[in-house]
Design a protein around this ligand. Sequence first.
Ligand code: BJW
Ligand code: ZN
Length: 257
Amino acid sequence: MTVEIPSQLITALRDANRIVFLTGAGVSAESGIPTFRDALTGLWERYDPEQLASADAFRRDRELVWGWYEWRRMRVLKAQPNGAHRAIVEFASKVPSVSVITQNVDDLHERAGCENVIHLHGRLDRPICFACRRPHELPTGIPEEPEGGRRLAPPRCEYCGGYVRPGVVWFGESLCESEWTAAADACRKCDVLFSVGTSSLVQPAASLPVTAARRRATVVQINLGPTSLDVLAHFNLVGPAGVILPALYDAVWGASK
Ligand code: BJW
Ligand code: ZN
């Protein structure tokens, strides 16, 4: 695939001191992790992710919700970072300040070598108690029945006996205040903001490119198709993030490793 990179974008990146990458599920798609709004397949195809990602869903049927999250955690444990994750690490070696703000609940940015990733929507591998919110330690290794897709009873909290839930931010819940403040701060100060592989549907994450644009940052979107951000972005690069980000790096700094 040939990637056309506008020369004004190359100049903006060469001159940039602070770059923010706001990433979404599309960044992990090439690692084999289904995006959030892709139709589910296999044993989960009857379910709508938006109906499973809430505290009400957990109260209604915690075994269904915990089973879905354990299946997803298993998928992540078996996955590897892709070219998009790696290219972001390479950008960080060239630009004085690079912040990664992700909506993803996997750890693929970290496993690619990215430090200080802001996880706006929490992490699959950091479960907490539904009652007292203390962290709960899961056994190491890949959960049994890897191709599961089955209901699973959540563990109980060792302090209060409550049910353990995934350490993610569900619909209707507040984002962690310190993560949100750090994210908004980075977007107010950046020269270039990349919005990569996100449908830009979920608030307040979708407001971050607007914050950056108001402060005169260059906004660049990388996505397979159109989103509501198209009208705001200065550059819309259409294609897989795992191809476009390495090509962008090469266009600015020469061939990547
Ligand atoms: C590729 C690709 C490739 C594919 N290369 N691209 C204001 C207005 C309206 C509603 C609200 C509002 N404020 C709050 C709300 C309610 C709600 C919300 O935004 N709802 C919308 C759906 C309308 N927000 C909240 O509830 C938030 N809480 C909050 O605001 O608290 C205060 C409050 C509460 C209630 C009312 C008002 C205020 C919390 C949001 C938490 C979201 N959590 C989830 C689940 C986390 C756990 C889990 O993963 O299970 O986070 S939802 C889900 O969406 C998940 C994702 O992180 C998030 C974003 O999805 P993402 O990453 O964009 O994925 P997709 O699948 O949507 O898109 C993938 C994209 O990639 C596509 O565009 C593809 O084309 C592309 N792609 N392959 C490049 N190779
Ligand atoms: Zn507890």
